[in-house]
Design a protein around this ligand. Structure first.
Ligand code: AGP
Length: 606
Protein backbone atom coordinates (compact mmCIF):
# COMPACT_ATOMS: atom_id res chain seq x y z
CA UNK A 1 0.00 0.00 0.00
CA UNK A 2 1.10 3.62 -0.23
CA UNK A 3 4.07 4.50 1.95
CA UNK A 4 5.52 7.74 3.29
CA UNK A 5 9.02 8.58 4.42
CA UNK A 6 10.33 12.03 5.33
CA UNK A 7 13.55 13.50 6.71
CA UNK A 8 14.84 16.78 8.22
CA UNK A 9 18.33 17.06 9.65
CA UNK A 10 21.99 17.68 9.00
CA UNK A 11 22.50 14.81 6.53
CA UNK A 12 21.80 14.67 2.82
CA UNK A 13 18.14 13.70 2.61
CA UNK A 14 18.17 11.86 -0.72
CA UNK A 15 19.97 8.60 0.26
CA UNK A 16 17.98 8.43 3.51
CA UNK A 17 14.71 8.79 1.62
CA UNK A 18 15.61 6.18 -0.99
CA UNK A 19 16.60 3.78 1.77
CA UNK A 20 13.30 4.54 3.54
CA UNK A 21 11.39 3.79 0.34
CA UNK A 22 13.24 0.50 -0.03
CA UNK A 23 12.02 -0.50 3.42
CA UNK A 24 8.45 0.35 2.48
CA UNK A 25 8.64 -1.67 -0.75
CA UNK A 26 7.30 -4.87 0.78
CA UNK A 27 3.96 -3.21 1.40
CA UNK A 28 3.27 -3.18 -2.34
CA UNK A 29 3.16 -0.17 -4.66
CA UNK A 30 3.25 0.70 -8.32
CA UNK A 31 5.28 3.92 -8.46
CA UNK A 32 7.47 6.04 -6.23
CA UNK A 33 8.92 9.51 -5.95
CA UNK A 34 10.91 11.93 -3.83
CA UNK A 35 11.06 15.69 -3.36
CA UNK A 36 14.13 17.44 -1.94
CA UNK A 37 14.18 21.06 -0.90
CA UNK A 38 17.12 22.86 -2.46
CA UNK A 39 16.42 26.42 -3.60
CA UNK A 40 13.24 25.08 -5.11
CA UNK A 41 11.88 21.57 -4.92
CA UNK A 42 13.67 18.86 -6.89
CA UNK A 43 11.03 16.25 -7.63
CA UNK A 44 11.60 12.84 -9.22
CA UNK A 45 8.83 10.32 -9.85
CA UNK A 46 8.72 7.03 -11.68
CA UNK A 47 6.37 4.14 -12.17
CA UNK A 48 7.72 0.71 -11.25
CA UNK A 49 10.15 -0.29 -8.55
CA UNK A 50 12.19 2.01 -6.33
CA UNK A 51 15.21 0.77 -8.33
CA UNK A 52 13.65 2.43 -11.38
CA UNK A 53 13.27 5.68 -9.48
CA UNK A 54 16.91 5.39 -8.41
CA UNK A 55 17.93 4.98 -12.05
CA UNK A 56 16.64 8.48 -12.87
CA UNK A 57 18.06 10.24 -9.80
CA UNK A 58 21.15 12.41 -10.25
CA UNK A 59 24.20 11.07 -8.37
CA UNK A 60 23.81 13.81 -5.80
CA UNK A 61 20.79 15.88 -4.89
CA UNK A 62 21.94 18.39 -2.28
CA UNK A 63 19.36 19.18 0.39
CA UNK A 64 18.66 18.23 4.02
CA UNK A 65 14.88 18.18 3.91
CA UNK A 66 12.74 15.87 1.81
CA UNK A 67 9.71 13.65 1.55
CA UNK A 68 9.21 10.42 -0.36
CA UNK A 69 6.34 8.15 -1.31
CA UNK A 70 5.43 4.76 -2.70
CA UNK A 71 2.04 4.90 -4.43
CA UNK A 72 -0.55 2.16 -4.86
CA UNK A 73 -3.00 3.60 -7.36
CA UNK A 74 -6.55 4.37 -6.24
CA UNK A 75 -7.53 7.54 -8.14
CA UNK A 76 -5.87 7.77 -11.53
CA UNK A 77 -3.81 5.18 -13.37
CA UNK A 78 -0.25 4.09 -12.79
CA UNK A 79 1.65 6.93 -14.47
CA UNK A 80 4.66 9.10 -13.62
CA UNK A 81 2.55 12.28 -13.15
CA UNK A 82 0.17 10.46 -10.79
CA UNK A 83 3.06 9.35 -8.56
CA UNK A 84 3.66 11.49 -5.47
CA UNK A 85 5.00 14.00 -4.32
CA UNK A 86 2.62 16.64 -5.68
CA UNK A 87 3.67 20.25 -6.04
CA UNK A 88 1.38 23.23 -5.49
CA UNK A 89 0.49 25.74 -8.20
CA UNK A 90 3.25 28.28 -7.34
CA UNK A 91 5.76 25.65 -6.28
CA UNK A 92 5.76 26.62 -2.59
CA UNK A 93 4.34 23.45 -1.08
CA UNK A 94 4.93 19.81 -1.82
CA UNK A 95 2.96 16.95 -0.29
CA UNK A 96 2.77 13.17 -0.07
CA UNK A 97 -0.51 11.56 0.91
CA UNK A 98 -1.80 8.10 1.82
CA UNK A 99 -5.55 7.55 1.93
CA UNK A 100 -8.45 8.85 -0.13
CA UNK A 101 -9.88 12.38 -0.35
CA UNK A 102 -13.56 11.74 -0.99
CA UNK A 103 -14.47 15.33 -1.89
CA UNK A 104 -11.46 15.90 -4.16
CA UNK A 105 -13.67 16.22 -7.25
CA UNK A 106 -15.44 19.27 -5.87
CA UNK A 107 -12.12 20.96 -5.09
CA UNK A 108 -10.68 20.07 -8.48
CA UNK A 109 -13.45 21.95 -10.20
CA UNK A 110 -13.31 24.93 -7.78
CA UNK A 111 -9.54 25.19 -8.16
CA UNK A 112 -9.66 24.69 -11.92
CA UNK A 113 -12.12 27.59 -12.16
CA UNK A 114 -9.61 29.70 -10.19
CA UNK A 115 -7.01 28.90 -12.87
CA UNK A 116 -5.06 26.13 -11.09
CA UNK A 117 -3.59 23.66 -13.57
CA UNK A 118 -3.62 20.07 -12.36
CA UNK A 119 -0.70 17.86 -13.30
CA UNK A 120 -2.16 14.53 -12.18
CA UNK A 121 -5.47 12.69 -12.02
CA UNK A 122 -5.08 11.98 -8.31
CA UNK A 123 -7.35 13.00 -5.47
CA UNK A 124 -4.22 13.92 -3.46
CA UNK A 125 -3.05 16.80 -5.66
CA UNK A 126 -5.84 19.08 -4.41
CA UNK A 127 -4.20 19.05 -0.97
CA UNK A 128 -1.04 20.79 -2.20
CA UNK A 129 -3.04 23.55 -3.91
CA UNK A 130 -5.41 24.13 -0.99
CA UNK A 131 -2.49 24.15 1.43
CA UNK A 132 -0.64 26.76 -0.62
CA UNK A 133 -3.79 28.87 -0.81
CA UNK A 134 -4.30 28.65 2.97
CA UNK A 135 -0.63 29.38 3.65
CA UNK A 136 -0.94 32.68 1.84
CA UNK A 137 -3.49 33.79 4.46
CA UNK A 138 -1.23 33.92 7.53
CA UNK A 139 2.05 32.27 6.56
CA UNK A 140 1.72 29.60 9.27
CA UNK A 141 2.21 26.06 7.88
CA UNK A 142 0.51 24.37 10.84
CA UNK A 143 -2.53 26.65 10.80
CA UNK A 144 -2.73 26.35 7.03
CA UNK A 145 -2.69 22.59 7.34
CA UNK A 146 -5.42 22.69 9.98
CA UNK A 147 -7.67 24.83 7.76
CA UNK A 148 -6.93 22.58 4.78
CA UNK A 149 -7.86 19.45 6.69
CA UNK A 150 -11.09 21.00 7.92
CA UNK A 151 -12.20 21.23 4.28
CA UNK A 152 -11.34 17.64 3.39
CA UNK A 153 -13.49 14.55 3.72
CA UNK A 154 -11.67 11.24 3.69
CA UNK A 155 -8.61 9.61 5.15
CA UNK A 156 -5.03 10.74 5.30
CA UNK A 157 -1.54 10.09 6.36
CA UNK A 158 -0.15 13.33 5.06
CA UNK A 159 3.16 15.09 5.03
CA UNK A 160 4.09 18.48 3.55
CA UNK A 161 7.21 20.63 3.27
CA UNK A 162 7.43 24.28 2.35
CA UNK A 163 9.79 26.38 0.29
CA UNK A 164 9.75 29.33 2.65
CA UNK A 165 9.50 27.55 6.02
CA UNK A 166 11.92 25.12 7.66
CA UNK A 167 9.23 22.81 8.98
CA UNK A 168 7.57 19.63 7.93
CA UNK A 169 3.92 19.19 8.87
CA UNK A 170 2.23 15.82 9.19
CA UNK A 171 -1.35 14.75 9.83
CA UNK A 172 -3.08 11.48 10.44
CA UNK A 173 -6.67 10.44 9.95
CA UNK A 174 -7.22 6.75 9.28
CA UNK A 175 -3.82 6.09 7.72
CA UNK A 176 -0.78 5.38 9.90
CA UNK A 177 2.03 7.84 10.46
CA UNK A 178 4.87 7.63 12.94
CA UNK A 179 7.34 10.37 13.81
CA UNK A 180 10.93 9.43 14.65
CA UNK A 181 13.16 11.55 16.86
CA UNK A 182 16.90 11.24 16.23
CA UNK A 183 19.77 13.41 17.49
CA UNK A 184 19.26 16.72 15.75
CA UNK A 185 17.15 15.07 13.08
CA UNK A 186 13.53 14.06 12.69
CA UNK A 187 11.83 11.47 10.52
CA UNK A 188 8.35 10.50 9.52
CA UNK A 189 7.22 7.16 8.18
CA UNK A 190 4.03 5.24 7.58
CA UNK A 191 5.74 2.09 8.90
CA UNK A 192 7.68 1.98 12.19
CA UNK A 193 10.12 -0.57 10.84
CA UNK A 194 11.39 1.84 8.22
CA UNK A 195 12.44 4.07 11.14
CA UNK A 196 14.15 1.48 13.30
CA UNK A 197 17.61 1.80 11.71
CA UNK A 198 17.57 5.53 12.48
CA UNK A 199 15.95 5.74 15.89
CA UNK A 200 13.96 3.79 18.44
CA UNK A 201 12.31 6.95 19.81
CA UNK A 202 8.99 7.39 18.08
CA UNK A 203 5.68 9.17 18.38
CA UNK A 204 2.69 7.19 17.12
CA UNK A 205 0.26 9.72 15.67
CA UNK A 206 -3.42 9.17 16.40
CA UNK A 207 -6.36 10.11 14.18
CA UNK A 208 -6.87 13.87 14.27
CA UNK A 209 -3.25 14.58 15.26
CA UNK A 210 -1.03 17.13 13.59
CA UNK A 211 2.75 17.10 14.04
CA UNK A 212 4.99 20.05 13.25
CA UNK A 213 8.62 19.02 12.86
CA UNK A 214 11.84 20.94 12.72
CA UNK A 215 15.17 19.11 12.62
CA UNK A 216 15.33 19.01 16.43
CA UNK A 217 11.77 19.44 17.64
CA UNK A 218 8.39 17.74 17.43
CA UNK A 219 5.29 19.76 18.35
CA UNK A 220 1.99 17.92 18.55
CA UNK A 221 -1.46 19.44 18.23
CA UNK A 222 -4.80 18.39 16.89
CA UNK A 223 -7.04 19.43 14.08
CA UNK A 224 -8.99 21.74 16.45
CA UNK A 225 -5.86 23.70 17.39
CA UNK A 226 -5.32 22.21 20.85
CA UNK A 227 -1.75 21.45 21.92
CA UNK A 228 -0.95 17.84 22.75
CA UNK A 229 1.88 16.23 24.68
CA UNK A 230 4.64 14.79 22.54
CA UNK A 231 4.37 11.22 23.74
CA UNK A 232 7.68 9.62 22.77
CA UNK A 233 7.73 5.85 23.09
CA UNK A 234 10.52 3.37 22.47
CA UNK A 235 9.92 0.89 19.66
CA UNK A 236 9.34 -2.31 21.62
CA UNK A 237 10.37 -4.91 19.11
CA UNK A 238 13.13 -4.19 16.67
CA UNK A 239 12.93 -6.40 13.64
CA UNK A 240 16.18 -7.05 11.95
CA UNK A 241 16.16 -6.12 8.32
CA UNK A 242 14.74 -9.03 6.37
CA UNK A 243 17.36 -10.45 4.02
CA UNK A 244 16.82 -13.14 1.42
CA UNK A 245 19.92 -15.14 2.35
CA UNK A 246 20.05 -18.33 0.27
CA UNK A 247 16.43 -18.04 -0.83
CA UNK A 248 15.35 -16.81 -4.23
CA UNK A 249 12.17 -15.17 -2.92
CA UNK A 250 10.76 -13.94 0.38
CA UNK A 251 7.68 -16.10 -0.02
CA UNK A 252 9.77 -19.29 -0.03
CA UNK A 253 11.96 -17.99 2.80
CA UNK A 254 8.89 -17.23 4.89
CA UNK A 255 7.38 -20.66 4.19
CA UNK A 256 10.61 -22.18 5.51
CA UNK A 257 10.64 -19.85 8.53
CA UNK A 258 7.38 -21.30 9.82
CA UNK A 259 8.87 -23.77 12.32
CA UNK A 260 10.96 -21.05 13.99
CA UNK A 261 8.20 -18.46 13.80
CA UNK A 262 5.89 -20.93 15.51
CA UNK A 263 8.46 -21.52 18.25
CA UNK A 264 8.56 -17.75 18.81
CA UNK A 265 4.79 -17.68 19.06
CA UNK A 266 4.40 -20.46 21.62
CA UNK A 267 7.52 -19.71 23.66
CA UNK A 268 6.57 -19.20 27.36
CA UNK A 269 2.86 -19.23 26.59
CA UNK A 270 1.87 -22.50 28.27
CA UNK A 271 1.19 -23.61 31.80
CA UNK A 272 1.80 -27.31 31.19
CA UNK A 273 0.98 -28.36 34.73
CA UNK A 274 -2.54 -26.97 34.45
CA UNK A 275 -2.88 -27.84 30.77
CA UNK A 276 -3.55 -24.19 30.10
CA UNK A 277 -2.49 -21.36 27.84
CA UNK A 278 -0.67 -18.44 29.42
CA UNK A 279 -1.51 -15.43 27.28
CA UNK A 280 -1.22 -12.37 29.51
CA UNK A 281 -3.08 -10.38 26.88
CA UNK A 282 -6.42 -12.13 27.47
CA UNK A 283 -7.90 -9.45 29.71
CA UNK A 284 -11.01 -11.22 30.99
CA UNK A 285 -11.58 -12.69 34.45
CA UNK A 286 -12.55 -16.37 34.76
CA UNK A 287 -16.06 -15.20 35.72
CA UNK A 288 -16.32 -13.09 32.56
CA UNK A 289 -15.00 -15.98 30.50
CA UNK A 290 -17.55 -18.35 31.99
CA UNK A 291 -20.38 -16.00 31.00
CA UNK A 292 -19.28 -15.26 27.42
CA UNK A 293 -22.36 -15.35 25.17
CA UNK A 294 -20.34 -15.72 21.97
CA UNK A 295 -17.05 -14.96 20.26
CA UNK A 296 -16.60 -13.00 17.05
CA UNK A 297 -13.41 -12.87 15.03
CA UNK A 298 -12.65 -10.31 12.35
CA UNK A 299 -10.11 -10.27 9.57
CA UNK A 300 -9.55 -9.97 5.83
CA UNK A 301 -8.05 -12.42 3.35
CA UNK A 302 -5.61 -14.77 5.00
CA UNK A 303 -6.35 -13.28 8.42
CA UNK A 304 -10.02 -14.12 7.89
CA UNK A 305 -9.13 -17.73 7.10
CA UNK A 306 -7.06 -17.89 10.29
CA UNK A 307 -10.02 -16.35 12.13
CA UNK A 308 -12.34 -19.07 10.75
CA UNK A 309 -10.02 -21.75 12.10
CA UNK A 310 -9.78 -19.86 15.41
CA UNK A 311 -13.57 -19.73 15.60
CA UNK A 312 -13.78 -23.47 14.93
CA UNK A 313 -11.27 -24.16 17.71
CA UNK A 314 -12.88 -21.84 20.25
CA UNK A 315 -16.29 -23.39 19.62
CA UNK A 316 -14.88 -26.93 19.80
CA UNK A 317 -12.60 -26.49 22.81
CA UNK A 318 -14.41 -23.81 24.82
CA UNK A 319 -17.98 -24.67 23.76
CA UNK A 320 -18.91 -21.05 22.97
CA UNK A 321 -20.68 -20.12 19.74
CA UNK A 322 -17.97 -18.51 17.60
CA UNK A 323 -18.19 -16.80 14.23
CA UNK A 324 -15.56 -15.35 11.93
CA UNK A 325 -16.55 -12.29 9.93
CA UNK A 326 -14.98 -10.55 6.96
CA UNK A 327 -14.11 -7.15 8.43
CA UNK A 328 -15.42 -5.05 5.52
CA UNK A 329 -18.81 -6.76 5.64
CA UNK A 330 -19.03 -6.71 9.40
CA UNK A 331 -18.64 -3.00 9.88
CA UNK A 332 -21.15 -2.01 7.22
CA UNK A 333 -23.80 -4.57 8.14
CA UNK A 334 -24.95 -2.78 11.26
CA UNK A 335 -23.75 -5.46 13.68
CA UNK A 336 -25.39 -5.92 17.06
CA UNK A 337 -22.59 -5.76 19.61
CA UNK A 338 -22.93 -7.55 22.91
CA UNK A 339 -20.58 -5.87 25.43
CA UNK A 340 -20.20 -9.20 27.24
CA UNK A 341 -18.98 -10.99 24.15
CA UNK A 342 -15.36 -11.60 23.16
CA UNK A 343 -14.11 -10.04 19.91
CA UNK A 344 -10.82 -10.72 18.16
CA UNK A 345 -9.28 -8.54 15.45
CA UNK A 346 -6.83 -10.64 13.46
CA UNK A 347 -4.26 -8.88 11.28
CA UNK A 348 -0.65 -9.33 10.24
CA UNK A 349 0.02 -5.68 9.52
CA UNK A 350 -2.28 -4.26 12.17
CA UNK A 351 -3.09 -1.51 9.64
CA UNK A 352 -5.79 -3.05 7.44
CA UNK A 353 -8.37 -0.28 7.13
CA UNK A 354 -11.39 -2.60 6.97
CA UNK A 355 -10.38 -4.38 10.17
CA UNK A 356 -9.47 -1.10 11.86
CA UNK A 357 -12.95 0.29 11.07
CA UNK A 358 -14.60 -2.87 12.35
CA UNK A 359 -12.70 -2.51 15.63
CA UNK A 360 -13.82 1.12 15.91
CA UNK A 361 -17.41 0.06 15.30
CA UNK A 362 -17.24 -2.53 18.09
CA UNK A 363 -15.62 -0.08 20.52
CA UNK A 364 -18.20 2.57 19.66
CA UNK A 365 -20.95 0.14 20.60
CA UNK A 366 -19.39 -0.69 23.95
CA UNK A 367 -17.71 -3.95 22.95
CA UNK A 368 -14.21 -5.08 23.82
CA UNK A 369 -11.73 -6.26 21.21
CA UNK A 370 -8.56 -8.30 21.59
CA UNK A 371 -5.94 -7.99 18.86
CA UNK A 372 -4.16 -10.95 17.26
CA UNK A 373 -1.47 -8.94 15.50
CA UNK A 374 2.02 -9.31 14.09
CA UNK A 375 3.28 -5.72 13.84
CA UNK A 376 4.04 -4.34 17.28
CA UNK A 377 2.69 -0.85 17.87
CA UNK A 378 0.46 -0.97 14.78
CA UNK A 379 -2.82 0.95 14.72
CA UNK A 380 -5.09 -2.04 15.46
CA UNK A 381 -2.82 -3.30 18.23
CA UNK A 382 -2.85 0.11 19.91
CA UNK A 383 -6.55 0.62 19.44
CA UNK A 384 -7.43 -2.76 20.97
CA UNK A 385 -4.94 -2.23 23.81
CA UNK A 386 -5.22 -5.93 24.69
CA UNK A 387 -4.58 -9.19 22.94
CA UNK A 388 -1.55 -10.97 21.67
CA UNK A 389 1.33 -10.43 19.29
CA UNK A 390 1.88 -13.45 17.08
CA UNK A 391 5.67 -12.91 16.74
CA UNK A 392 6.10 -14.05 13.16
CA UNK A 393 8.87 -11.54 12.53
CA UNK A 394 8.80 -9.38 9.41
CA UNK A 395 6.73 -10.79 6.59
CA UNK A 396 7.96 -9.25 3.35
CA UNK A 397 6.18 -11.25 0.64
CA UNK A 398 2.74 -9.92 -0.21
CA UNK A 399 1.38 -13.45 0.09
CA UNK A 400 1.02 -14.15 3.78
CA UNK A 401 2.39 -17.52 4.93
CA UNK A 402 4.10 -17.58 8.29
CA UNK A 403 1.69 -15.02 9.74
CA UNK A 404 -1.20 -17.36 8.90
CA UNK A 405 0.38 -20.22 10.89
CA UNK A 406 1.08 -17.98 13.85
CA UNK A 407 -2.38 -16.40 13.83
CA UNK A 408 -3.86 -19.90 13.97
CA UNK A 409 -1.39 -20.87 16.69
CA UNK A 410 -2.15 -17.81 18.84
CA UNK A 411 -5.88 -18.44 18.45
CA UNK A 412 -5.33 -22.09 19.41
CA UNK A 413 -3.69 -20.96 22.65
CA UNK A 414 -6.60 -18.55 23.23
CA UNK A 415 -9.02 -21.43 22.61
CA UNK A 416 -7.22 -23.59 25.18
CA UNK A 417 -7.21 -20.75 27.70
CA UNK A 418 -10.87 -19.86 27.22
CA UNK A 419 -11.69 -23.58 27.15
CA UNK A 420 -9.88 -24.30 30.42
CA UNK A 421 -11.90 -21.63 32.20
CA UNK A 422 -15.00 -23.49 31.03
CA UNK A 423 -15.31 -27.16 30.18
CA UNK A 424 -11.95 -28.20 28.68
CA UNK A 425 -10.24 -30.77 30.88
CA UNK A 426 -6.68 -30.45 32.11
CA UNK A 427 -5.74 -33.66 30.28
CA UNK A 428 -7.16 -32.46 26.99
CA UNK A 429 -5.43 -29.10 27.44
CA UNK A 430 -2.12 -30.85 28.12
CA UNK A 431 -2.53 -33.12 25.12
CA UNK A 432 -3.04 -30.19 22.75
CA UNK A 433 -0.15 -28.26 24.31
CA UNK A 434 2.20 -31.24 23.92
CA UNK A 435 1.17 -31.59 20.30
CA UNK A 436 1.59 -27.85 19.69
CA UNK A 437 5.12 -28.08 21.02
CA UNK A 438 5.84 -30.88 18.55
CA UNK A 439 4.41 -28.97 15.63
CA UNK A 440 7.59 -27.07 14.61
CA UNK A 441 9.39 -30.44 14.27
CA UNK A 442 6.55 -31.84 12.18
CA UNK A 443 6.68 -28.84 9.86
CA UNK A 444 10.45 -29.30 9.50
CA UNK A 445 9.88 -32.98 8.77
CA UNK A 446 7.39 -32.08 6.05
CA UNK A 447 9.65 -29.42 4.53
CA UNK A 448 12.36 -32.09 4.18
CA UNK A 449 9.97 -34.48 2.41
CA UNK A 450 7.52 -32.36 0.47
CA UNK A 451 6.00 -35.04 -1.75
CA UNK A 452 5.10 -34.58 -5.41
CA UNK A 453 4.56 -30.80 -5.32
CA UNK A 454 5.93 -30.33 -8.83
CA UNK A 455 3.47 -32.89 -10.24
CA UNK A 456 0.68 -30.86 -8.69
CA UNK A 457 2.16 -27.71 -10.23
CA UNK A 458 2.14 -29.34 -13.68
CA UNK A 459 -1.52 -30.18 -13.22
CA UNK A 460 -2.68 -26.74 -12.11
CA UNK A 461 -0.44 -24.32 -13.99
CA UNK A 462 -2.50 -24.22 -17.18
CA UNK A 463 -5.89 -24.94 -15.60
CA UNK A 464 -8.88 -22.73 -16.39
CA UNK A 465 -9.88 -23.00 -12.74
CA UNK A 466 -8.71 -24.92 -9.70
CA UNK A 467 -11.21 -26.14 -7.11
CA UNK A 468 -10.05 -26.40 -3.47
CA UNK A 469 -12.13 -28.51 -1.08
CA UNK A 470 -11.92 -29.35 2.61
CA UNK A 471 -14.34 -30.03 5.46
CA UNK A 472 -14.53 -28.87 9.07
CA UNK A 473 -11.26 -27.34 10.18
CA UNK A 474 -9.87 -27.92 6.66
CA UNK A 475 -12.51 -25.82 4.88
CA UNK A 476 -10.71 -22.54 5.72
CA UNK A 477 -7.40 -24.22 4.81
CA UNK A 478 -8.82 -24.92 1.36
CA UNK A 479 -9.82 -21.25 1.11
CA UNK A 480 -6.32 -20.21 2.10
CA UNK A 481 -4.79 -22.50 -0.54
CA UNK A 482 -7.08 -21.00 -3.19
CA UNK A 483 -6.23 -17.44 -2.16
CA UNK A 484 -2.50 -18.19 -2.28
CA UNK A 485 -2.60 -19.74 -5.76
CA UNK A 486 -4.88 -17.02 -7.09
CA UNK A 487 -2.85 -14.10 -5.75
CA UNK A 488 0.61 -15.24 -6.83
CA UNK A 489 -0.12 -17.25 -10.00
CA UNK A 490 -3.26 -15.41 -11.22
CA UNK A 491 -5.17 -18.67 -11.75
CA UNK A 492 -8.93 -18.49 -11.04
CA UNK A 493 -9.53 -20.62 -7.95
CA UNK A 494 -12.64 -21.58 -6.09
CA UNK A 495 -12.73 -22.89 -2.53
CA UNK A 496 -15.70 -24.64 -0.97
CA UNK A 497 -16.48 -26.77 2.04
CA UNK A 498 -16.33 -30.24 0.44
CA UNK A 499 -19.97 -30.97 1.29
CA UNK A 500 -21.11 -27.95 -0.73
CA UNK A 501 -19.34 -29.13 -3.88
CA UNK A 502 -22.34 -31.16 -5.03
CA UNK A 503 -24.62 -28.12 -4.60
CA UNK A 504 -23.07 -26.17 -7.48
CA UNK A 505 -19.30 -26.19 -8.10
CA UNK A 506 -19.51 -29.77 -9.40
CA UNK A 507 -20.90 -28.27 -12.64
CA UNK A 508 -17.41 -26.92 -13.37
CA UNK A 509 -15.81 -30.33 -13.51
CA UNK A 510 -14.76 -31.81 -16.81
CA UNK A 511 -12.13 -34.28 -17.93
CA UNK A 512 -8.84 -33.31 -16.27
CA UNK A 513 -10.14 -30.49 -14.02
CA UNK A 514 -7.76 -30.20 -11.07
CA UNK A 515 -9.37 -30.47 -7.62
CA UNK A 516 -7.24 -30.08 -4.50
CA UNK A 517 -8.61 -31.88 -1.45
CA UNK A 518 -7.37 -31.22 2.10
CA UNK A 519 -8.22 -34.36 4.08
CA UNK A 520 -6.51 -34.91 7.42
CA UNK A 521 -7.40 -38.02 9.40
CA UNK A 522 -10.28 -36.50 11.37
CA UNK A 523 -13.96 -37.23 11.98
CA UNK A 524 -15.06 -35.87 8.58
CA UNK A 525 -12.51 -37.79 6.52
CA UNK A 526 -15.03 -40.36 5.23
CA UNK A 527 -17.35 -37.61 4.05
CA UNK A 528 -14.46 -36.09 2.11
CA UNK A 529 -13.70 -39.49 0.62
CA UNK A 530 -17.19 -39.56 -0.85
CA UNK A 531 -16.67 -36.10 -2.33
CA UNK A 532 -13.39 -37.27 -3.90
CA UNK A 533 -15.26 -40.15 -5.57
CA UNK A 534 -17.93 -37.78 -6.85
CA UNK A 535 -15.25 -35.58 -8.43
CA UNK A 536 -13.31 -38.48 -9.93
CA UNK A 537 -16.50 -39.88 -11.45
CA UNK A 538 -16.70 -36.63 -13.46
CA UNK A 539 -13.17 -36.88 -14.79
CA UNK A 540 -11.51 -34.55 -12.27
CA UNK A 541 -7.87 -35.07 -11.36
CA UNK A 542 -7.44 -35.12 -7.59
CA UNK A 543 -4.50 -33.64 -5.70
CA UNK A 544 -4.88 -35.02 -2.19
CA UNK A 545 -3.24 -33.58 0.94
CA UNK A 546 -3.44 -36.38 3.52
CA UNK A 547 -1.69 -37.71 6.60
CA UNK A 548 1.17 -40.13 5.95
CA UNK A 549 0.14 -43.78 6.25
CA UNK A 550 -3.55 -42.98 6.34
CA UNK A 551 -5.92 -45.30 4.50
CA UNK A 552 -7.14 -42.42 2.33
CA UNK A 553 -3.73 -42.11 0.67
CA UNK A 554 -4.04 -43.38 -2.85
CA UNK A 555 -7.47 -41.86 -3.40
CA UNK A 556 -5.81 -38.97 -5.22
CA UNK A 557 -4.15 -38.91 -8.64
CA UNK A 558 -1.38 -37.01 -6.89
CA UNK A 559 -1.03 -37.80 -3.19
CA UNK A 560 0.89 -35.40 -0.97
CA UNK A 561 1.52 -36.80 2.52
CA UNK A 562 2.00 -34.60 5.59
CA UNK A 563 3.13 -36.02 8.96
CA UNK A 564 0.43 -37.39 11.28
CA UNK A 565 -0.89 -34.58 13.41
CA UNK A 566 -3.39 -33.83 16.19
CA UNK A 567 -6.81 -33.08 14.64
CA UNK A 568 -7.00 -29.60 16.14
CA UNK A 569 -3.61 -28.63 14.75
CA UNK A 570 -3.80 -30.01 11.20
CA UNK A 571 -4.18 -26.58 9.47
CA UNK A 572 -0.64 -25.50 10.34
CA UNK A 573 0.67 -28.56 8.45
CA UNK A 574 -1.87 -29.04 5.68
CA UNK A 575 -1.50 -25.41 4.54
CA UNK A 576 2.20 -25.82 3.77
CA UNK A 577 1.90 -27.97 0.61
CA UNK A 578 -0.73 -25.49 -0.59
CA UNK A 579 1.70 -22.60 -0.03
CA UNK A 580 4.38 -24.53 -1.94
CA UNK A 581 2.05 -25.34 -4.83
CA UNK A 582 1.18 -21.65 -5.12
CA UNK A 583 4.82 -20.58 -4.95
CA UNK A 584 6.12 -23.08 -7.54
CA UNK A 585 3.18 -22.51 -9.89
CA UNK A 586 3.83 -18.77 -9.84
CA UNK A 587 7.48 -19.41 -10.63
CA UNK A 588 6.61 -21.82 -13.43
CA UNK A 589 4.39 -19.14 -14.96
CA UNK A 590 7.01 -16.42 -14.61
CA UNK A 591 4.98 -14.35 -12.13
CA UNK A 592 6.51 -11.87 -9.70
CA UNK A 593 6.05 -14.09 -6.65
CA UNK A 594 6.86 -11.58 -3.93
CA UNK A 595 5.11 -8.61 -5.54
CA UNK A 596 2.02 -9.93 -7.32
CA UNK A 597 0.32 -7.46 -9.62
CA UNK A 598 -2.29 -5.07 -8.20
CA UNK A 599 -1.82 -6.28 -4.62
CA UNK A 600 -0.47 -4.49 -1.58
CA UNK A 601 0.93 -5.99 1.59
CA UNK A 602 -1.11 -3.82 3.81
CA UNK A 603 -4.40 -2.43 2.54
CA UNK A 604 -4.93 0.88 4.28
CA UNK A 605 -7.94 2.03 2.26
CA UNK A 606 -11.47 0.77 2.76
C1 AGP B 1 -2.65 -12.62 2.04
O1 AGP B 1 -1.84 -13.44 1.29
C2 AGP B 1 -3.14 -11.43 1.39
N1 AGP B 1 -2.12 -10.72 0.72
C3 AGP B 1 -4.21 -10.61 2.08
O2 AGP B 1 -5.38 -11.34 1.92
C4 AGP B 1 -4.05 -10.24 3.58
O3 AGP B 1 -4.09 -11.39 4.36
C5 AGP B 1 -5.16 -9.26 3.99
O4 AGP B 1 -5.04 -8.08 3.23
C6 AGP B 1 -5.16 -8.92 5.45
O5 AGP B 1 -3.98 -8.31 5.85
P1 AGP B 1 -3.62 -8.14 7.38
O6 AGP B 1 -3.38 -9.50 7.95
O7 AGP B 1 -2.37 -7.31 7.38
O8 AGP B 1 -4.76 -7.46 8.04
Amino acid sequence: MCGIFGYMGPKQASPILVEGLRKLEYRGYDSSGIAIKNGDFKIYKKIGKVAELQSILPKQIPGNVGIAHTRWATHGGVTDPNAHPHLSENGKVVIVHNGIIENARIFRSILTRKGVVFHSETDSEVISHILEYELARDNSPTKALRRTLSKLVGTWGLCAIFLEHDVMVCARNGSPLIIGQGDGETFVSSDPHALSTHTQRVVFMEDGDIATLTHDNITMSNIHGHSLDTDVTILEEEWEEAVLGDFEHYMLKEIYEQPDALRQCINGRFDRVRGNGRLGGLKLTPLELSKLPHVRLLGCGTANHAAEIGGFLIESLARIPSFAHISSEFRTNEPVINPNALHFAVSQSGETADTLSAVKEILLKGGKVHGVINVVGSSIARLCGQGVYIHSGPEQAVASTKAFSNMVTALTIFAIQVGRSRTLSKEKGKEIIDNLQQLPHLIEEYLEHQGPIMEAVDLVKHAKCVLFLGRGISAPVAKEGALKLMEVAYIPCLAYPAGEMKHGPIALLEEGSPVIFVVPNDHVKEKSRSAIHECRARGAKIILIHEAGDDISGEGDINIPIPQVNNYLSPMLSVIPLQLIAYHTALALGCDVDRPRNLAKSVTVE
